[in-house]
Design a protein around this ligand. Sequence first.
Ligand code: SF4
Length: 330
Amino acid sequence: MRPTGKLHLGNYMGALANWVKLQEKYDCYFFIADWHALTSDYADPSKIAQNTLDVMLDYLGAGLDPAKSVLFLQSKVLQHAELNLLLGMITPVGWLERVPTYKDQQKNLANKDLSNFGFLGYPVLMASDILLYQPRFVPVGNDQTAHVELTREVARRFNQFYKLDGEEVLPEPQVLLTPSPTLPGTDGRKMSKSYGNTIQLCDTEPEVRQKLKTMVTDPARVRRTDPGDPDKCPVGDLHKVFSTPETMATVYEGCRSAGIGCIQCKGWAADALVQVLEPIQTRRASFTVPQVVEILEDGSRRARVRAEQTMREVRTAMQMTLTSEAQGGV
Ligand code: SF4
């Protein structure tokens, strides 16, 4: 994840909650993509260090465990930059321009100049982030599969050009589709930092309740007496993810018959959210900043060892090593 601010419930349900389960079954690498933050926030990097700590605290709060997974910081593993440069040599620009998020983000973040080389090239950096660890799987939600597909294409192209003793160096990783419900933000659009409509993992109970109070609802319920439909309401979508079947049944019945008011319904949604957030916040508060820094340092050391193993193969396959044989015995 990019360290662009504290993580929110959408990040948690879309990725983190699944990662916590995956670390029980796989050797996992999870990192904070501080170089990726620069692709769009290059003009003001002043918040990246603080955001990195916040994201790491959120990772730990959600239950990622440095004893089970490698948790590291991208910029502490320079092999990401080297592989990015080498893969950049073989990636056609047309592939990058076709990545759906490229045009979308330029449109959505109109207040930022995203005509920079780094932003165009971020899928190559992302491919490097993945391929550096020669993984079998990349756990992603539906909306991220295009990136993994591009990574697979880059790996395929690399393997066509270069081999090591006749073997492929960068295996094409498989998508490991993880359940990732799209959570609505308080304005009804997808919950996203860039829209400013999030419920953060470290929001206090009063903050959660206040945000829910202002959340948009089914537009058909203008007055208290108008019936509504939870299937057309962002608050209803939150209930579907977080509330019990009993509460859900009450919401459906009460909303469609105008038997309940939106304020009451939002209160129940807030109850469910607070229950999810409470253990995350307790765990988060148990870590100090020096502990977080040490966890990142240690994880980055472990990541470097694994990354260097791949890079040795990549350099040899690309003949980026100088031997007396390569010099024709001069
Ligand atoms: S009662 Fe609940 S589900 Fe129905 S419109 Fe209001 S907030 Fe949405």
